[in-house]
Ligand binder design. Structure first.
Ligand SMILES: [Zn+2]
Length: 428
């Protein structure tokens, strides 16, 4: 099969005008100008016309199971109050509510061009059933918490590993997610770090998300410190260190780690993250919902940290106008461009393609349109794009559903009608 389009952004070189991608057995075999591609009579050609094709996007942080909590939880003055709010909302939900919500979120990601997602799973019972009900590539990170002495970290890890072992590893994969430094015990983080290194697992954790978390570790005070102390957390790991330094002390920093948020950094934290090849995931709309201090873009970029974007969950996305919010990396890109216009489109697109592929150990397989990679593609309308530089802008400025999305060479969006009669998609 060959996919032809007016523009191809391979993310491995300059935009390719009137390009073609040959796909065989779910992978990309060749990328070339249309005119240079020799075709056999039996090959199917999907001509996308005046479209722009880029790699299927990778969402580096999501909670699919909270999708239907969109608009349910108003922002709170204190982060700790928000945690209490979502905890009580979750207690009201049945397994079916979570399942519906998870699948609803997966459908939103597909229609907005995401083909791989790093998802935190608070409800492991949804797997692997939910995996089988979406064509998305899912990296499911099994959430672990536990602050009280009566549940040993070894037991917390053993429970997550029991789930890990029963999950098939194929299109979808599993990893570990200790929830955050404040909601876990240091011994658990060390156990997870050792397991990640010995078994080649990916790990994700929320870190330095709020001012309260920073205060708790740095100064052993504040609303989060007081609340957790009342809840019998051993607070002897607090005082004198930043949340990032806390992770370093437990041994969790490493190339296997996707550190989510990292909003509140102390001096030297950015270079500590870079030195250990940690990936940092920024969730722009969630950041705005909580009204955090500006994200430390320049410090992290200067340090050379691998930066990615994530949607987080819709529970922390504010409604805009009358439209209910959707999970979409294009909306996250829009939010960043609004606040940080100095970040160029190429750099931003890397944060949803090449960089997350590296974070998930998928270099050469995802995030680029190159021979040998999976044929995961996103097509966008590109009316009026005449020059290569316009192609970058058209890609980063896109909003709403994509024209088409492919995973392993199979069109997954639009799903019901693979070739809508009035779209620019034509089969020849
Ligand atoms: Zn999150």
């Amino acid at each position: 099969m060959i996919v032809r389009a007016a523009w191809i952004l391979t993310m491995a070189g300059p935009p390719l005008a009137d390009g073609a991608i040959r796909i065989r057995d779910g992978c990309i075999e060749q990328v070339a100008p249309w005119k240079a591609m020799r075709r056999t009579a039996r090959e199917t050609v999907i001509d996308l016309g005046q479209a722009l094709v880029l790699p299927g996007l990778l969402n580096a942080h999501c909670h699919l199971d909270y999708t239907d909590m969109a608009g349910m939880l108003p922002p709170q003055r204190q982060f700790t109050d928000w945690i209490k709010l979502i905890t009580s909302a979750k207690a009201e939900w049945s397994l079916d509510d979570f399942r519906r919500s998870w699948l609803h979120g997966a459908a939103m990601l597909l229609r907005s061009g995401t083909t791989t997602v790093a998802d935190v799973e608070a409800i492991p019972d949804l797997l692997p059933d939910c995996w089988a009900r979406t064509p998305l590539r899912i990296f499911s990170f099994l959430e672990m918490t536990g602050i009280r002495a009566r549940k040993e970290p070894r037991q917390v890890l053993a429970e997550a590993e029991a789930v890990l072992h029963r999950l098939p590893q194929g299109r979808c994969r599993a990893g570990l997610s200790p929830h955050a430094p404040y909601s876990t015990r240091p011994a658990l983080l060390t156990l997870v770090a050792n397991r990640a290194r010995s078994h080649g697992l990916r790990v994700t954790i929320h870190v330095a998300e709020s001012e309260e978390e920073y205060q708790m570790f740095r100064h052993a005070r504040g609303p989060m410190f007081d609340w957790l102390l009342r809840n019998e957390r051993d607070m002897s790991d607090c005082g004198g260190i930043t949340p990032v330094q806390h992770l370093h002390r437990t041994g969790l920093l490493g190339p296997h780690l996707l550190a989510v948020h990292a909003n509140y950094l102390g001096p030297g934290d950015a270079s500590l993250l870079a030195r250990h090849s940690v990936t940092v995931v920024h969730c722009p709309r969630s950041h705005r919902y909580f009204g955090h201090r500006p994200f430390p873009w320049r410090r992290l970029l200067r340090a050379g940290v691998n930066l990615c974007l994530g949607t987080d969950s819709l529970a922390t996305v504010l409604k805009q106008g009358r439209h209910p919010p959707e999970l979409s990396l294009f909306e996250e890109l829009h939010e960043v461009r609004t606040r940080q216009p100095w970040l160029g489109p190429q750099r931003l697109l890397r944060m949803v393609t090449v960089n997350p592929a590296r974070a998930l150990g998928l270099e050469g397989q995802a995030g680029q349109i190159i021979p040998g990679a999976w044929a995961d593609l996103t097509a966008l309308p590109a009316a009026g794009v005449r020059f290569a530089r316009d192609a970058w802008h058209a890609a980063v400025e896109h909003r709403g559903p994509v024209l088409a999305a492919f995973i392993a060479g199979i069109q997954v969006w639009p799903a019901a009608d693979p070739v809508p009669s009035r779209s620019p998609l034509t089969l020849s």
